[in-house]
Each structure stands twice: as C-alpha cells, then as structure tokens.
Design a protein around this ligand. Structure first.
Ligand SMILES: *Cc1c(COP(=O)(O)O)cnc(C)c1O
Length: 342
C-alpha cells in the first residue's frame, strides 16, 4: 500500500471546520520522556466548534442536508462537547436542534456553564433525561424523531458522539492530514508512529483505524478509554469499523483483536470525574507546553499515556502523535477542583 496511490471514497462533506489542524512538537515533554512527542491540534478546529466532533459533523450534517432534513436530534452527557458542536453547527446551517442530555435530576438541571451555556446561547432545545432514560437512548432518540415528524418536521438523528460509520470519515480525513504532516518530519511517513487519543464513544478511534489502513500509514492507533472498558470498546469500535467497511465497500482487512488497541485503567473515579492526579497532569502540560487539556477526555488520556511511558519508555516506540480532541469548555465547570492546585 502506498500513501496517496488510492482513491479514498469519501461521502459528501460540508466545510465547517478549520482544517487541516497543525501538528506541533511538544519539546519540553519530548525531552522529559526521551521520545519524539507531537500533538495534532484538533482543539483548533474552531473556537466555538473546538474539538473532534466537528470533523464527524461535516459528514453527518452533509448527509442530513442531502436527505432534506430540517431539524437535528442528538444526545450526550450534560456537558457534552458533541452536543455543543452539533448545536452551533446546526444553527449555522439554518437547522433546528434538539439535544437529549442526561442529568441526575431533570427537575433540577445543571447550572448554565461550560457547554450548556453555549447550547442555550444558540437556542438549542434541551430535553433533560434521567440516567435510566439515557440508558435507552436509541429509543428516546427515535421517540423524539417521531414527535418532530408529527409536528411536520423532518428530523435527522445523530447518535451519541456522532459515532457511526458516517461520522468516522471525519477521522479518516484527519489521518490524511497527518500523513502529509508526518512526511515533513525526519524519517517521514516510513518512520513508525503511535497515534494516541481519548476514546469516549468510539467514533474517533474507528476513524483513525480506518484512516491508517486506507492511507497505508506506518502507524499504530492507541485509544485510552475515559468510560466503560476495553471489551465494551472492542465491540463498539469493531462495529463502527465493520459497518463502514460493509457500507462503503472498503477493500481492507480488519480484525477487532488485531487492530483495536485500547489501553484500559485510566477512567479514574468515573466518566466526567477528574481527581488530583489527572488535574495535576493538566497543570503540568499547561505550564510546560502552554497546551490546555480538558478534564473529561484529553487530560485522562494524556495522564494514561504518561503513566504507561513512565512504566516503560519504549511502550509506544520513539514517535508519538497525541490527538488533542478538544474539550476546553469542560475546564470551566471544574474551577473549584482546580483551585487548590494553583
Ligand atoms: C467526544 C470527545 C472525545 C472522544 O471521542 P469519541 O469519538 O467520542 O470516542 C475525546 N475528546 C473530547 C474532547 C471529546 O469531546
């Protein structure tokens, strides 16, 4: 396989993100760990649209428009980056948006801060779900679509995190950018690279795996899960990859056990919860590199990567690309937990 020699069968896409994002060297941390560390700045895909979700939404919302839809429905955690990016992008396209967000007590929804503030600012309709209802999110999304249809709307349902075969194309495209960027480094694309990132709903991991295969990049893809566990993600990521391969008739060999690498053990005290270890790491990266990681995804993944490297400096080879998938707005609701560390 040769990079650039194959036509990649991308579906239609809207141009909503500030891409290509830069690949930057982490010079202080490279020195500390004794390897070549880079960061793919997908936190720079947009100011309000910061993060990985807009890459998936470029394909998903193009599909929504192609299908004549006028309202987008999606779901997520209360502080969902995906919900916020969907809300802003949908408004920009003139589409209505309904968000199904989970919270302990829908009667007392969480305060107007971080992503929730932005969701409300752009006028997204928010429906608060209990954790029990969120467990049946496919059913809840389908019911929301039915009710919109009954009021004459044409809804488009986007699953949690935008993670399905269509959304995964966003990260195939990111790998294509990366291939060009790696070509400018010593040893170019032939030099083995490990691409490390946070895994939350699985679509980014699936897209990166498919992208590396489609482009024939000499890279290993490692996801660090921030919720659930390794087995769960072998299932979810495996299903997205397999559906994409079947739907788009991709000519590549794929095996869950061989191709999906999830490093488990860094969920900490639970999804969305960050303790002193992860927060201290966020502080260290902020102060040594001027890079702002988030407490829910990138902070945990970077913490996991550092722990693995401390245990065995050779575990990821001598060149790492950490994908900074965004999440900046998630820092603000954590100010109280961060304050004691300053
Ligand atoms: C959603 C998200 C992730 C995880 O991506 P998935 O495709 O859902 O696995 C990582 N980082 C940030 C900041 C996110 O918002």
């Amino acid at each position: 396989m040769n990079t650039g020699k194959r036509e990649i069968p991308y579906p239609v896409r809207l141009n909503l993100s500030r891409t290509p994002t830069p690949l930057e060297s982490l010079s202080r941390l490279s020195g500390k760990f004794g390897i070549d560390m880079h960061v793919k700045r997908d936190d720079l895909t947009g100011a309000d649209l910061t993060g990985n979700k807009i890459r998936k939404l470029e394909f998903l919302l193009a599909d929504a428009l192609a299908n004549g839809c006028d309202t987008v429905i999606t779901c997520g955690a209360a502080q969902s980056n995906h919900a916020r990016a969907t809300a802003i992008a949908a408004v920009r396209l003139g589409l209505g948006v309904r968000l199904l967000l989970r919270t302990r007590d829908p009667e007392n929804p969480p305060p107007l801060e971080g992503n929730i503030l932005l969701d409300r600012l752009v006028g997204a309709e928010i429906v608060w779900l209990t954790f029990e209802e969120y467990g049946r999110r496919a059913e809840m999304l389908a019911a929301a679509a039915d009710s919109l249809r009954n009021s004459g709307k044409i809804p488009y349902v986007i699953p949690e995190g935008g993670s399905n075969a269509m959304g995964a194309w966003g990260y195939v495209r990111a790998v294509e950018e990366l291939a060009f960027e790696l070509a400018t480094l010593p040893g170019a694309q032939e030099h083995p690279t490990t691409i490390i990132h946070a895994t939350g709903s699985g679509g980014t991991t699936a897209g990166l795996i498919l992208g590396v295969k489609l482009l024939g990049l000499n890279a290993r893809v490692v996801g660090i899960n921030v919720c659930n566990d390794r087995d769960y993600f072998l299932g979810v990521v495996g299903d997205i990859c397999q559906t994409a391969i079947d739907t788009y008739q991709l000519d590549l060999s794929f095996s869950r056990e061989r191709d999906i690498e999830i490093v488990d053990g860094y969920v900490g005290s639970g999804y969305g919860k960050a303790g002193p270890k992860e927060l201290s790491l966020i502080l260290e990266v902020a102060r040594s590199e001027g890079i702002l990681l988030d407490p829910v995804y990138t902070g945990k993944a970077f913490y996991g990567m550092s722990q693995e490297l401390q245990r065995n400096p050779e575990v990821f080879g001598d060149r790492i690309v950490f994908v900074h998938t965004g999440g900046l707005f998630g820092l603000f609701p954590m100010a109280d937990q961060i304050a004691p560390l300053l």
